[in-house]
Design a binder for this molecule. Structure first.
Ligand SMILES: [Zn+2]
Length: 411
């Protein structure tokens, strides 16, 4: 998810904590799992884990747009969808769509070839009359790269957890001084004991396991499951892994401005960004049935209703949290991930996320803190919603106006 500019970086507070502690710090105990590629055609927690340990590995170097790490990451996605058998839907008959953002953006576009590209594939629908309409499913393939200065990993993780348990949102500097001191003392006690058993571990790579490795591998698993199912949906499904989301929704803006299928043939877009956390340790409202849903009724009441209906039919339905979807919410989540690039053109969207957490945009956003069973259920829900929309006898009805492509996003 794109940074909200008003949010201060937590590491500026962390450096004041010196060496902190050991609370629930698993470290990087599990490196790459031995199996390459995902074995089962179904969406499984095991396959999601296998894929995410590959995708959020240090070798991807934080996947920042315009870097070699992003090239490697997008190569992995393209190799997988070729193997799965999706139709290429990028530039010139390939899976990649190179983006050329303007020079006013933070990423200027002067990047080596192959380092700024969307990855796009299509699962062709079965109905001759509807197969040229599309349901889009998306995630973002990039993250924020490598920190200029390494940080003490255990300290950061301990800080994040301690502050969360103290009941303060991680960006909130209004924590009372006494509470802050108590938290700091807890961190010090723990780090002292930890340092007796192991040395400090410095880390500078933002692996982005949740942001948005989780969405990226979930969309891969959805594609694999749909492609291997005996019955294909009536409409086609277009899968788009956008680049440059972290630099300002660059890839999704490029794709929707320069779509490789007719723009008005896209009947809806479902976006997954940060779908691997959502437990109580991550946010106070969290839990095993926790899921945030944003934007589902902002253009289409029917789509919003349908997402709820499909959820109610799941074996274990989620309890949707619509708090982040309220008008005027200062977190502006509706404006901060790729779905908005579609919505501005009047394409109805739904954004699924398990929410912001203390490891957001930190080197501690790593695969060992992901809840793979939870993530599997989110992927199954999104897949089922996509199939429902794809099999409707009509396009989901857009009954509210789009804001247009020139106005700034207002939530
Ligand atoms: Zn992000």
């Amino acid at each position: 998810m794109k940074t909200l500019s008003a949010v201060p970086a937590v590491h500026t507070i962390v450096t004041a904590c010196a060496l902190a502690a050991a609370i629930a710090c698993a470290g990087r105990q599990v490196k790459l799992e031995s199996a390459r590629g995902a074995a089962s055609p179904a969406i499984t927690a095991t396959d999601l884990r296998t894929r995410l340990y590959i995708y959020a590995d240090d070798s991807m170097m934080g996947r920042r747009v315009g870097t070699e790490g992003n090239r490697k990451a997008t190569d992995y996605i393209a190799d997988e969808i070729r193997r799965i058998g999706l139709e290429p839907a990028g530039d010139s008959g390939g899976y990649f769509q190179t983006i050329h953002p303007d020079s006013t953006s933070r990423f200027s576009g002067h990047s080596p070839p192959g380092t700024a590209r969307n990855v796009i594939g299509i699962l062709r629908g079965s109905d001759p009359a509807l197969r040229n309409e599309y349901v889009a499913i998306g995630a973002h393939n990039d993250h924020i790269g490598i920190r200029a200065q390494p940080v003490d990993y255990d300290s950061l993780r301990a800080f994040n957890i301690a502050v969360e348990r103290a009941g303060a949102p991680f960006w909130d500097r209004r924590i009372p001084a006494d509470k802050r001191a108590a938290v700091r003392a807890t961190i010090h006690v723990n780090v002292d004991s930890l340092r007796r058993i192991r040395p400090a571990h410095l880390d500078s790579i933002n692996n982005g396991a949740d942001d948005d490795g989780s969405g990226t591998v979930s969309v891969l698993e959805i594609a694999q499951a749909m492609a291997s199912a005996p019955v294909k949906p009536k409409r086609s499904i277009i899968f788009v892994w956008h680049t440059g989301e972290e630099a300002g929704l660059l890839g999704s803006r490029w794709f929707t401005d320069h779509p490789t299928v007719p723009r008005d043939s896209i009947v809806a877009q479902l976006n997954m960004d940060m779908v691997g956390r959502g437990e109580v340790v991550d946010l106070p409202a969290g839990g095993s049935n926790y899921l945030q849903v944003v934007g589902s009724r902002r253009l289409s009441t029917e789509l919003g209703d349908l997402v709820e209906k499909v959820n109610s039919e799941q074996a274990m339905p989620f309890k949707f949290d619509y708090q982040e979807d309220t008008d005027g919410n200062p977190n502006r989540i509706y404006c901060r991930s790729d779905h908005y690039s579609y919505a501005r053109y009047g394409i109805p969207i739904t954004f699924f996320t398990t929410g912001l957490h203390a490891d957001y945009h930190q080197v501690t956003d790593e695969p060992q803190y992901i809840n793979y069973d939870h993530m599997k259920r989110v992927a199954e829900l999104v897949s089922d919603v996509a199939l429902r929309v794809a099999n409707l006898d009509h396009r989901v009805v857009v009954d509210k106006p789009a804001k247009g492509t020139t106005a700034a996003c207002v939530q």
